[in-house]
Design a protein around this ligand. Sequence first.
Ligand code: TYM
Length: 331
Amino acid sequence: MEEKKKRIFSGIQPSGELTLGSYIGAIRNWVALQNEYDCLFCIVDEHAITVRQEPALLRKRSIAQLAQYIACGLDPEKNIMFIQSHVPQHAELAWILGCYTQFGELSRMTQFKAKSAQHADNITAGLFTYPVLMAADILLYQADLVPVGEDQKQHVELTRDIAQRFNGVYSDTFVLPEPFIPKLGARLMSLDDPTTKMSKSMPEGCVNLMDPPEVIMKKFKRAVTDCETAVKFDKVNKPGISNLLTIYCAATGKTMAEAEAAFAGQGYGVFKPAVGEAVVELLRPIREEAERIVTDKAYLESVYKTGAQRAQYLANKTLSKVQRKIGFVAR
Ligand code: TYM
């Protein structure tokens, strides 16, 4: 008998452009794992509104993000691909799980601390309870594995804690999910400040999936390095070069030793454009394919509508079980 496949859930906020960080840290692994697992890939628009979004732009980005998921190699026939707000069970389960999450736990979340510092004039309750919605996303589908970059590990761990607590009170209800973090490129750093994460909210040092080649080259040529000359991996003393080496290896498939050897005796003036070119070649087919797919509105609509229907079916199973266990009257 064929064994039941394990399940994956992951998502990205349509709060900005998809970045090289989100591609290498997350999407690339989704593509690699899609044959082995039963997968759900989401466009988490409800998470995006935890900081203010321009409505027309949010709508446009949500659809463009789906086109880019497909262009990266995710197959809508194989995977369930959908928009979070189309499946109301996420918000419903989030409310319930919020009643099993401590204020103190949420206060310790690094992303909340960083984002509330960034948006000091708009620290909403939604920004604070964001990780509870993320727990609902994952637990609703009984996901075994959550492929994300390193910055999301803490949220997946909190998800496990919430699930474990709920299971402890009401008997086994949720699968405990594991984060899946890539060995290489789990945390790409900004090109203009290699001590901070490459992030869509700080566009200067960030390479986007849809950037044209000349923009990518310009960003790499300007990348901040150090005042030495050796192309060597040393995270503490040479964070800029180490980040560029990581990107180079992720883009070309070379090992760190091979990359260092390739640039031995050559200065940063040769190295930086070479990294840029490797990234241009990595992203070129994705950009071209995404530009083509995004014009096919009817196709994209059929993908996200079918995705939402299939997701709702699975989500309902978990939600009804939860509602019954906690004592809600059956509908
Ligand atoms: P988001 O939208 O910030 O980021 C999307 C994914 O990309 C990864 N990532 C990076 N990886 C390596 N280097 C970087 N510089 C980099 N920047 C981003 C992130 O780790 C993430 O995997 N809370 C999530 C979205 C979310 C989610 C979920 C994820 C909502 N519900 C359920 C998984 C499961 C977020 O803000 O990702």
